[in-house]
Design a protein around this ligand. Sequence first.
Ligand code: SAM
Length: 276
Amino acid sequence: MIWFTEYQTKNTGLTVKVKEAKHIQSKYQEILLLDTYEYGKMLVLDGAVQTTERDEFIYHEMLSHPALIKHRNPERVLVIGGGDGGTVREVLKHPEVKQVHLCEIDEEVIKVSKEHLPTISNQLDNPKVSIFVEDGNKFLDERKSYYDVILLDLSDPVGPAEALFKRAFYEKVKGALREGGIMAAQTESPFLQELYFKTAVKEIQKVFKYYGTYLAFIPTYPAGMWSFTIASDDVDVTKTDAKELEKLKNLNTKYFCDKIYTSLFSLPKFVSDLIK
Ligand code: SAM
């Protein structure tokens, strides 16, 4: 019997019973594809759980839909990271989207996901999608005022994603958005990764005029409490109007819904205190 533990801090972790494990060493990271009893297939990078078949919908819906709904016409979307394809799948649920660019540093993540996680990666070959196997930080040096929505679907701020949680990178994200542009990022766990969370959110706050942080319950992420931050220089992302609620009605989702959307920024007190 195999058990896998993801060490979330020195003192705690998530343990799952595994039927089968595949191991691949890519140029950037150690990739584990685990077939687990409780969560289905699980993708693990450098020891950190990235996604599982059972709970992936929560993360991918919550990263994508608030930003896409708040944008008045999201035609051009960029996803940085996200090689499993779950965010791309959610983005394509919005009929206004004409073009999706995915910039993932590690080709192996895309390959493994296409082969073993078809329910997550199934839109990666959609004709609206172009894939760039590049470092997101460098990729943005070449792109100015182009995208309507940029989604930062990155692994933790250690290893290849480290620079992509810093102010200089968020400045590049802002520069790559065209007028009315909105970005959203996964900003870690406010409970078990307090420092990662605070740092990422505060850096975003320094760069954009309007911003808001929201949470979702994701069972396989540290402490189950996960955060996202949405930001823009042109759109007051903290406001909601009737048109947005209308758009939301037509989305086929399992977690994201009107009740969550209308109270998106209702944070527990300790969480808002961390990012005041
Ligand atoms: N849902 C996830 C989480 O919070 O754990 C993120 C999942 S997604 C698989 C993260 C992806 O970001 C990985 O495939 C990783 O290779 C990619 N990544 C890390 N650093 C990157 C960089 N500098 N440029 C582009 N992609 C990067």
